[in-house]
Ligand binder design. Structure first.
Ligand code: F6R
Length: 606
């Protein structure tokens, strides 16, 4: 989604704007731009494509200024073009925006009637003219912004500069995230802590309805009631270094290889020193929970779907699962004494936030699992359990997913322990299996070269199927999603047992069918499905342990070996091989693995 940055200080801030925009690249974008005040004039540079294009444009036509704003745009209203790229400007004001102005058509109509001329198709440009109109009435920049905001419906984070007030940078937030930082005579605003990472050690997260006025040495925040307020200062846990990808070729690859350490840290954060689950970190009385509702989007939702199997099998708690974009509008009846678990890497996904709000209004207790600690979802939850994955930059989620699974399994075990539905032995065995996961994942990653060879064989496929049973069915969904998003090969995840009810008609000698078949209680069932596919000349890629390989490899065109492990941790282990398969397929097709086309990292609009 769009990323915004702004800076004001005692030095030329243009290089800082460019650096910060580079750090925002991970959010996904199609054009970029900056604006700055130079000698009572607003100067802009905007380009379509990568930040390097913008840097080249600045190199040939430099700008120096003490106050400016920058933007990476992920197109919503109007195609990617220079005219639609931010910052948008009039001759008195320039601004950058993340979010959507829902009443932009009627505002545009009224402004055009007043004689304002639009040069873009965007919703954002209406706000430029609204503020300009308020300034014409003789208002200060701050009052002009506040009065313009009153006319807006929708979501926004803004950074705004003024031709005639080179000592002022204004920010405003409603629905979209906005963070503020300060360092060495400069003050910054940005979409997230990553944008500010090289610049500041401390970060303030604005609340909805806040307007902030920034000067070289001061930060003044007005809340939704127009009262001056202080907002809590947080350590910026993201350092400049932690957002580099060295020595890996891509962030996605680095993040796949970081999974052992990320899982290990997340596991340790929920354990006591004497190897028990740290119940103090999970303040839920599970015996009083009548039902769990799990809400999330995309990959995070598949983590939720895996946990449905865990909560039901281990703790005997009924679970309802839904994708947040559907849940938010279906007026679901919710159980009394229900717990809603919300899962989100970014903590800012608009659909997830809206679904969570509905659940809250229905009297549900909200437990969230987030990777970005001070995100909107975290701030609006009753209980927050962080995943300790560190910054995830690759658009395709990997380590956030496996750490979400780790937390969810720990919650299910804690619930089972609380409700006496698990034996002490079974509990200790599963905890030991989670503790062994980092080593097993490292072993699974040793297969990367042979997975690369399989990728070479399937890279030209038009379509692929992923099959799994039980808690590996959501992993089939996730494997298919990973392949779709970065290799652009159509793929579908399916419960293996459903094949014969339709999809088997698709089987031919061209379509790869990735089958997840660990040697567990469902192995024989999945083996039958493999036989059915093989009998129709289907190209099976078997993903199994050594035992499964021995039994079934003759039916498969290729095999990926995964270490054997306790049944409960298999979803966390098996997904790693599928991440690597998608990675190599995408690379062999020449795709941009970290910034796949059309995708954004943090989806802050509906
Ligand atoms: C896929 C992916 C997305 C996200 C989804 C939710 O690789 O990353 O499907 O999982 O957009 O995002 P968060 O977890 O930030 O709420």
């Amino acid at each position: 989604m769009c990323g915004i940055i702004g800076a004001i200080g005692n030095k030329n801030i243009v290089p800082t704007l460019i650096e910060s925009l580079k750090r925002l690249e991970y959010r996904g974008y199609d054009s970029a731009g900056i604006a700055a005040v130079v000698n009572h004039d607003i100067q802009r540079r905007r380009t379509v494509g990568k930040i390097s294009e913008l840097a080249n444009s600045l190199a040939s036509s430099p700008i120096e200024s003490n106050v400016g704003i920058g933007h990476t745009r992920w197109a919503t209203h109007g195609k990617p073009s220079v005219a639609n790229a931010h910052p948008h400007a009039s001759d008195t004001v320039a601004l950058v925006h993340n979010g959507i102005i829902e009443n932009h058509s009627s505002l545009r109509h009224d402004l055009e009637k007043k004689g304002y001329v639009f040069s873009s198709e965007t919703d954002t440009e209406t706000v430029v003219h609204l503020i300009t109109d308020e300034l014409k009435k003789g208002k200060t920049p701050l009052s002009a912004v506040k009065d313009a905001l009153k006319q807006l419906e929708g979501s926004f984070a803004f950074g705004i500069i003024f031709k005639d007030s080179p000592d002022t940078l204004i920010g405003a937030k409603k629905g979209s995230p906005l963070a503020i930082g300060k360092k060495d005579g400069c003050v910054f605003l940005g979409s997230d802590a990553i944008a500010l990472s090289a610049e500041t050690n401390d970060v303030i997260y604005l609340e909805d309805g806040d307007v902030v006025e920034l000067n070289e040495n001061s930060i003044t925040i007005y809340d939704k009631n127009d009262k001056i307020v202080e907002r809590e200062l947080h350590k910026n846990v993201i350092s400049g270094d932690s957002v580099g990808k060295d020595p890996y070729a891509h962030f996605m690859l680095k993040e796949i290889y970081e999974q052992p350490i990320a899982i290990s840290k997340t596991f340790a954060s929920l354990m006591t020193s004497n190897r028990n689950i740290d119940a103090a970190k999970i303040p839920v009385d599970w015996s009083r929970i009548s039902k769990i509702t799990i809400l999330a989007c995309g990959t995070a939702s598949y983590a939720g779907l895996v946990s449905k199997y865990w909560f039901e099998q281990l703790a005997r708690i009924p679970v309802e699962y839904d994708v947040a974009s559907e849940f938010r509008y279906r007026e679901a009846a919710m159980a009394k004494d229900g717990l809603t678990i919300v899962i989100s890497q970014s903590g800012e996904t608009a659909d997830t936030l809206a679904a969570m709000k509905y659940a809250k209004e229905q009297g549900q207790k909200i437990l969230s699992i987030v990777n970005v600690l001070h995100s909107s979802i975290a701030r609006n939850s009753d209980i927050v359990i962080p995943t300790l994955a560190g910054a995830e930059i690759g658009v395709a989620s990997t380590k956030a997913f496996t750490t979400q699974l780790t937390v969810l399994l720990m919650l299910a075990l804690n619930a089972a322990q609380n409700k006496n539905t698990i034996s002490r032995n079974a509990l200790q065995e599963t905890l030991a299996a989670i503790s062994d996961l980092p080593a097993k994942i490292e072993a699974a990653l040793q297969e990367s070269d042979s997975i690369k060879e399989i990728a070479e064989k399937i890279k030209s496929a038009n379509s692929a199927l992923y099959l799994g049973r039980g808690s590996l069915f959501p992993i089939a969904l996730e494997g298919a999603l990973k392949l779709k998003e970065i290799s652009y090969i159509h793929a579908e995840g399916y419960p293996a047992g459903e094949m014969k009810h339709g999809p088997i008609a698709l089987v031919d000698e061209h379509m790869p069918i990735v089958v997840l078949a660990p040697s567990d209680n469902l192995f024989d069932k999945t083996a039958s499905n493999i036989q059915e596919v093989a009998a129709r000349n289907g190209k099976v890629i078997l993903v199994s342990d050594t035992e499964g390989y021995k039994k079934l490899s003759d039916k498969a065109a290729d095999s990926i070996i995964v270490p054997s492990a306790n049944k409960n941790v298999l979803p966390i282990l098996y997904v790693v091989s599928l991440q690597i398969l998608a990675y190599w397929c995408a690379l062999k097709r020449g795709n941009d693995v970290d910034q796949p086309r059309n995708l954004a990292k943090s989806v802050t609009v509906e």
